[in-house]
Structure formats: C-alpha cells, structure tokens
Write a protein that binds this ligand. Sequence first.
Ligand code: XIL
Length: 349
Amino acid sequence: MIHKKYVLLLVAAILVASLAVTGCSKKAPILKAADKHGLVFGTAITAGDIFDPEMKEFITSHFNLVVPENTMKWVNIRPTKQFWNWSDLDKMVDFAEENDIIIKGHPLIWDEQTPGFVNSVKTKEAALEIIVEHITEIMTRYKGRIQMYDVVNEPFAEDGSMLDSFWYRTCGTEFIDVAFRTAREIDPDAKLIMNEFNNEFAGHPKSDGMYEFVKGMVERGVPIDGIGIQMHIMAESYFDAEALQANIKRYADLGLSVYFSEIDVRIKNPVTGDNEAQQVAAYRGLMEAALANENAKHFVVWGFADSRSWVPRAFSGYGSAHLFENDVEPRNPKAAFKEIETVLKNWKN
Ligand code: XIL
C-alpha cells in the first residue's frame, strides 16, 4: 500500500505543476475586492516587466488591467514610417491574454514621443492619411485582443481650447473625428477613449472645454465610449470631490464612461506626516469616486512603485507618488495602498 504521506506529496506536486502550466497566480486581497465590486484596477507596465517571472506574478496577482507605459508610443512602435517594432507589444498582448487581464492601447494619436517623420508631413491630406494608416495597422493586428484604446491623447490646452499640436495645426479638429471613426470601423468592439490631464473638476476651463468638445462629438455622431482623466495630481492641492463628481455625472448623462487612467499623487519633497495624509485622502477620494459611479469603475495607476517613477523626472522637487516604495521585493505597500484596499474591502454597493 502506498503511504499516505506520498499520496499527499504527489497531490501537492500536481497542484504546483498545474499552477505553473496555467500561469495562474494567487489573487492579492486588493484584487479580490476589486473583482467583487466590478472595479478595473490597473497599472502601467514597461516592456521589461513581461520578461521577469517574479514581476509577472506580482502584476497578475494585483491588477486586472495593464497599459503599456511607453511601448505603443510612435517613437517606439513606429520609429520610421515603414518600420513597425511589434515584438514588445506582441508579448504584452500575449501576456494579458494568457492571464485574462484587460490590456489598454495607449496612445494611438498624441503630439509627444513622435518620430521625426511625422513632423515632416506637410499637408492635411497626408497627415490624415498617416493617422488612418497608423490606427488601421495597430487595431487590425490586435483586433479582439486589445479591449480599449486611448484614441486621442491630450488634445486640449489649459484654457480649454485645442492644444497647438502638430495634428491640430495640420488638420484642425478633423484629426480627432477621423481617428475615432477609423478606430470604430477597424474594431467595433473596442472601447474608444479621449484621454487628458488637468481635466478632473467641473468648473475648470480645461475640463469644461473638453466636456463641450466631447458633447459635440456625441451630437455629430463621432463614435466615442468614454473619456480618460489621467489624475496626475498633487497631494497638497485641494481635492474637490464634489467638482469631480459633477464632472463624472455630466459624462454619464451623455452616456459615456469616465476612466481614471494614469493615477499618481505626487508629494512635494520631503514627505511629512501632513502631505502623506493629504496623499492618502486623495487616493481614498479617487477610489470612492470610482466605486460610487457606475460609469467610472476604472482605477488605473501610472506605475506602482516610487523606485521607478516618471514623476521626479517630470515634476522637479516632487516624488513619492505611488502605492509601493520599491518595484522589486520588498515592495512595502504604502499608507495609500492600505487605504484604498480598506475602502475596497469595506465598500457596500
Ligand atoms: C510618460 C511616461 O511615464 C514616461 O516614462 C515618458 O518618459 C513620458 O511619458 N501622460 C501620458 C503618458 O499620457 O503617456 C505619459 O507617460 C505621462 C503623461
């Protein structure tokens, strides 16, 4: 008779082996709570992450959406007009699919991180043609596999008018309509988003200008499913929950979703008890706003660790904006992480 101990060992070995084969990771409590509330909890990732088994394990156990931080930007994916650099993005899409994670495409059309050949385009016709070509190429390749896209990123100026970008100078606002119409035509099931920063609060010129423009898109039948509010915000600034709520609500009235798409809450150095408490309050307010609004159930952070953050490079004198200290073990969840986890666990629908 086989000894009971060996049977148990065999069962354990089979379990471990099947987990390894399916790539199935254990869900962290925060992800279980997010799933329970139908909340999309996501993060930006880098191309290197999906080459690192330990990092993949961390990502799949904590998040149910990933977005490439830089991989899909023109300068990386299409450094010259004819050369498409697919390999990293292909691997990211495979990774998302294998792990049943949503992947968002970011960005299709943006004025930054574009290669030289774009700026040498001179006519409106040629610029629109290149937009159609770009969107068609990417969305055909990943049709049915990338579930949502930032079709146009950051097209507005701070006063709510159109940003003086290459695309706007060359095409007027037509580039936006063409981009969205092309995207819908190529993959009718993908969610199409206009993404922006400093557009959190109703009553702010940029938020209001964007709202009016998007309302116009809906009225003239341009296909759009939602808007992104990036949420690169400052802990020290007044977090106006009411004005955010009013903004979310007016998009709900248009039938559109609102996606918190690139959250980080930066702190002016040094970190003190006071500014950390403000940061925690802002993260809490965002999580509550996401959970409270049926059309805003997306909470996507722009990277999860201070140790490899874009913030200190982009905003001199600021940092400590994310949910963890380090990107590798020991990651050390910060107070903001514990706070949003608590909000999620205790949330009553
Ligand atoms: C940032 C990346 O995080 C950096 O690594 C890169 O150097 C510049 O771009 N709005 C966006 C993002 O839509 O794509 C930007 O990402 C941050 C601001």
